[in-house]
Design a protein around this ligand. Structure first.
Ligand code: NAD
Ligand code: UDP
Length: 345
């Protein structure tokens, strides 16, 4: 069996960590990425960590001719599909771009796979597909839908496409990985999350406050029905998440059909607990101010982790301490992200 894995969006945050995890266990990695939200410097860093080359095609998953070439030039064993746009608030302003990239992009990729006979697929889905009404903890058997923004809806719709594809073609084997809140960075400090502009997510924002790039953290609401009034989320270390993809690839071999798996740590942590954990782990203080709630935020959700443990043999091993220390190491060593060393994309 070939050991080549195509990783779309492999230059991004979760993609780079997954490349390292794949290379560590002997896979050869091929990346398609248009660098719309990433820097090629990240791939050099991956090669530095693993000591192995990454085969890179710079381009768009919407470019069918490019995909045909990638499948023709390689013996691809499976595809891990990270490429897509991911900012919830931006998706409300740019629904067409989000549906185009996330849905049409996935369809073009799937069609190219079918045409070349590659039928193992790992999809980056999200806890957001459980929608606004689901009871916690989220378990995979819950009905999905009721999404509240084009980003979430695009993930939900691609899940439907993949379920239907697997039902229609028994050669397809598909893992829908529903990530909870990925945080942290590789312990080398060489790769990490590099948001463009003002970070939307909590940990990158805290890290930028800590490094002096931003004055203070705005805590979005402390009047939620939670123990300290701030929202609860299921934070999972990106290195653990990357391992989840390796397990999913192993799981696909010899299987058919589509299955969803939660990738989370299985417990809810509040915003204030995160602030305190960061301060404790790094010794750096994070000034914050409580402001009004952010529109669309759910009070609390976390994963039921039983299925991932049972079927993939995957659990999140790294704790809050590692999440904070590794985030800080990356941010401290790369205060401007990859930008400082990027000589042009
Ligand atoms: P990211 O933005 O860092 O990585 C995505 C990569 O895809 C980028 O390198 C970008 O340049 C590339 N890309 C985007 N559109 C493309 C296209 N049309 N053609 C080729 N390349 C394209 O995001 P990430 O945090 O690494 O997330 C990876 C995946 O996981 C995304 O699909 C995202 O929706 C999903 N996800 C992320 C989170 C999270 O909190 N980070 C949570 C749940 C799900
Ligand atoms: N949050 C916050 N300030 C910020 C960013 C996030 O208080 O600057 C809160 C947000 O309200 C949520 C939690 O931190 O309760 C995680 O937010 P993030 O955007 O990282 O993840 P998501 O809301 O998508 O789960």
């Amino acid at each position: 069996m070939s050991s080549q894995v195509l990783v779309t969006g492999g230059v991004g945050y979760i993609g780079t960590h997954t490349l390292v995890a794949l290379q560590e266990v002997g896979y050869d990695v091929i990346v398609v990425d248009n660098l719309c939200n990433s820097s090629a410097v990240a791939l050099q860093r991956v090669e530095t960590i693993s000591g192995k080359p990454v085969c890179f095609y710079r381009g768009d998953i919407l470019d069918r001719a490019l995909l045909n070439r990638v499948f023709a030039e390689n013996q691809i064993f499976a595809v891990i599909h990270f490429a897509g746009l991911k900012a919830v608030s931006e998706s409300l302003r740019k629904p067409i771009e989000y549906y185009q990239n996330n849905i049409i992009g996935s369809l073009v990729l799937l069609d190219a796979m079918r045409a070349s006979g590659v039928k193992r697929f790992v999809f980056s889905s999200s806890a957001t597909v459980y929608g606004s009404e689901a009871p916690v903890p989220y378990v995979e058997t819950l009905q999905t839908g009721n999404t509240t923004n084009p980003y979430g809806t695009s993930k939900w719709m691609v899940e439907q496409v993949l379920q239907d594809t697997a039902a229609a073609d028994s050669e397809f084997a598909i893992a829908l990985l529903r990530y909870f809140n990925p945080v942290g960075a590789h312990p080398s400090g060489l790769i990490g999350e590099d948001p463009q502009g003002i970070p939307n997510n909590l940990l990158p924002y805290i890290a930028q406050v800590a490094v002096g790039k931003r004055e203070e953290l705005s805590v979005f609401g402390d009047d939620y029905p939670t123990p300290d009034g701030t929202c609860l989320r299921d934070y999972v270390h990106v290195v653990d998440l990357a391992q989840g993809h390796v397990r999913a690839l192993e799981w696909l071999v010899g299987r058919t059909g589509a299955e969803a798996f939660n990738l989370g740590a299985g417990r809810g942590i509040s915003v204030l607990e995160i602030v305190r954990a960061f301060e404790h782990a790094t010794g750096v203080s994070v000034p914050f101010r409580v402001v009004s709630r952010r529109e669309g935020d759910l009070p609390a959700f976390w994963a039921d982790t039983f299925k991932a443990k049972q079927e993939l043999g995957w659990v999140a091993n790294l704790g809050l301490e590692e999440m904070m220390v590794d985030t800080w190491r990356w941010q401290n060593a790369n205060p401007q992200g990859y930008q400082a060393v990027d000589t042009g994309k």
